[in-house]
Design a protein around this ligand. Structure first.
Ligand SMILES: O=c1ccn([C@@H]2O[C@H](COP(=O)(O)OP(=O)(O)O[C@H]3O[C@@H](CO)[C@H](O)[C@H]3O)[C@@H](O)[C@H]2O)c(=O)[nH]1
Ligand code: MN
Length: 349
């Protein structure tokens, strides 16, 4: 299928392993630009398969480019991927893990996950009233009886959250008690997550509109030197959903699927996510109670307000949240450095 929007998409890949998985995606990814974030030892050489158009950043690059602000980009955690969101100039971002492969639908056809995400992102969402026939903008479906016409235009879609066959994205306790679980259920649906409802966003197979919500898609300070890991995408998911609800954007989940091949070590994962398993009982009620003021009219303003409230409300839970809130502010400072409209000097931009 001819690539669509390929001038408007960056594919962001965090890796601490190998990029061999790209061979599987070549038919779908080759027309697009890749932004590879090499985590871990910057002296290790990561081979990028021939024929891909890419830029690659290791930790030395991140430190050189961001200077002191580099402390807001995690080290030794997939959260480092958000550096790719920062340096991209494209409208759409697709981020995928290096242990994810092309899945097949029930008919045996290979799934072009990126194309489906772009379809999700370029069609509206329906967060205000649930359509029981799922995605009304899909070929062969529509709004059902009783759906108000005043709401049928929908709202712009900011996030498309894809799923995974084979290894499910379980937390460590679940992975430990159910090591043989494999997700074999292909559900042929895309749902808008209703306004006011949070969800556990997984970054394995995720796309978003960078212009609408990129500033809030920060993956926090996780991994090396931090008391928390594997909550990078969760934090970003809660923040972006609250911001989308406030700004009137939609978040979709469901198709497309990919094939997740590698279960990370549950004992290592337990160490990384341990604090998150009980802090989430505080974090989620915090996000459920967040009210953003009307004066916040874009993702940056919403995000700075969220950082302020997170410090006030979650700081007492653990000092980590004070550091996280400060890192959120640093992220926005970096975001504005990379994304501020060209400063107009004596009439020329
Ligand atoms: O220190 C690290 C660890 C990993 N990465 C890269 O991040 C992704 C995800 O790593 P992995 O596949 O090992 O993690 P999972 O347990 O399968 O999934 C978790 O990752 C997040 C989703 O992306 C979420 O926290 C969990 O779902 C790979 O590309 C690794 O190479 C890294 O850069 N640095
Ligand atoms: Mn994985």
């Amino acid at each position: 299928m001819a690539p669509t929007l390929n001038g408007e998409v960056d594919i962001v890949i965090p890796t601490i392993r190998s990029l061999n998985f790209l061979e599987d995606w070549r038919p779908f990814f080759e027309p697009y630009h890749l932004i590879i974030i090499q985590d871990g030892d910057p002296t290790k050489e990561i081979k990028v398969p021939e024929g891909f158009d890419y830029e690659l950043y290791n930790r030395n690059d991140i430190n050189r480019i961001l200077g002191p602000k580099a402390n807001c980009i995690s080290f030794k955690d997939g959260a480092c991927r958000c550096f790719g969101f920062l340096v991209s100039k494209k409208k759409f971002i697709y981020t995928i893990d290096d242990d994810c492969f092309v899945a097949k639908d029930p008919s045996g056809k290979e799934i072009d996950a990126l194309a489906k995400h772009l379809e999700n992102l370029t069609k509206p969402s329906t967060p205000y009233y649930f359509n029981t026939l799922y995605d009304p903008y899909r070929e062969g479906a529509d709004f059902v009886r009783g759906y108000p016409f005043s709401l049928r235009a929908g709202v712009p879609t900011a996030v498309s959250h894809g799923l995974w066959l084979n290894i499910p994205d379980y937390d460590a306790p679940t992975q430990l008690v159910k090591p043989l679980d494999r997700n074999t259920r292909y559900v042929d649906a895309v749902l808008t997550i209703p306004k006011g409802t949070l969800y556990p966003m997984c970054a394995m197979n995720l796309a978003f509109n960078r212009e609408l919500i990129g500033a809030a898609m920060y993956f926090g300070i996780m991994g090396d030197g931090q008391p928390l890991g594997r909550y990078d995408d969760m934090w970003a998911g809660w923040c972006t959903k609250v911001v989308c609800d406030h700004l009137g954007y939609g978040v979709k989940t469901g198709l497309p699927y990919l094939w997740h091949s590698k279960a990370s070590n549950p004992f290592v994962n337990l160490k990384k996510e341990y604090n998150g398993l009980f802090w989430q009982e505080e974090m989620i009620p915090f996000f459920q109670s967040v009210i953003l003021p009307k004066k916040c009219t874009n993702a940056e303003e919403c995000y700075l307000e969220l950082a302020k409230q997170a410090k006030e409300k979650l700081g007492p839970v653990d000092p980590y949240f004070n550091n996280l809130a400060d890192a959120m502010v640093t992220w926005i400072e970096a975001w504005e450095e990379f994304n501020a409209p060209a400063k107009v000097k004596n009439g020329t931009a």
